[in-house]
Write a protein of this length. Structure first.
Length: 258
């Protein structure tokens, strides 16, 4: 009886060994699977996290509106820059969206009898950018437009003796492009491109002399163009300040429950 009990104990002990190994093995495999799953979860969770840089909100555009381009320059400025203008109110350019692009132009011929005539032409245009998730911030888009307008002026057809240089005191960025174009008479051209925040101002100004009149003073043309461009940039600030000060319409109140 004692011998049978000892044998039974040894059999049970041996039989228990595979079970323990199996359990241990399962535990080990389970640990590996769990580790693998955790790795996958960690990877998924890491890839699921949004990119902080891409999800960051874009800056709000500094300027929400544009001034009336035909009223951006005062009558005294028009008298100085375009003497004897055909229409002091200017001629507005067509635009599908006047909140983003707007322009106006003036021209005039000042006659001085036998001394000949002086012709002047002025064009003023505004570009305003908004922030856009796929296109970038308003200021970045305006800076791209600014560079585009400067390069466009430099590439003017028939331009001779071209000179481009930075111009300070007109917004955040300013460039003047001066050149001459020879047609039936010499046309002296000045282009001023300026950027203030998300708005770009482009002013094109040229003059020519007819019937024996003396050629326009190119330095004076540049001086007048810069002064007009500064006034145009200031008109953007004024237009947005005026809009901000306008009273907002009252929102209808919801009826109170009885």
């Amino acid at each position: 009886m004692h011998r049978s009990a000892s044998r039974l104990t040894r059999v049970l002990a041996c039989a228990a060994v595979p079970v323990i190994l199996t359990v241990a093995g399962c535990s080990s495999d389970s640990g590996k699977d769990s580790g693998s799953n955790d790795g996958k979860k960690s990877s998924s969770s890491s890839s699921a996290k949004p990119n902080a840089k891409s999800s960051a909100p874009l800056e709000k555009a500094a300027f929400a509106t544009l001034p009336d381009p035909c009223k951006a320059l005062g009558s005294a400025t028009i008298d100085t820059v375009v003497p004897e203008a055909k229409d002091k109110n200017g001629t507005g350019t067509k635009s599908n969206d006047l909140t983003s692009r707007a322009g106006c132009a003036w021209n005039g011929l000042q006659s001085d009898g036998l001394k000949g005539s002086q012709y002047r032409w002025l064009s003023l245009s505004f570009f305003r950018a908004d922030s856009h998730t796929s296109l970038g911030s308003a200021n970045k888009r305006a800076e791209e437009e600014y560079k585009k307008q400067v390069e466009k002026a430099k590439a003017s057809e028939g331009a001779q003796d071209l000179k481009a240089e930075g111009t300070e005191g007109i917004g955040e960025q300013g460039t003047s492009v001066v050149y001459t174009v020879k047609k039936d008479v010499d046309f002296f051209n000045t282009t001023i491109v300026a950027r203030n925040q998300n708005v770009v101002v482009t002013l094109d100004y040229n003059g020519a002399a007819y019937e024996g009149a003396g050629a326009p003073d190119q330095a004076k043309l540049l001086q007048d163009a810069v002064a007009a461009a500064k006034e145009a940039v200031a008109s953007v600030d004024a237009a947005n300040k005026q809009q901000a000060e306008q009273p907002q319409p009252e929102q209808p109140q919801s009826p109170q429950p009885q």
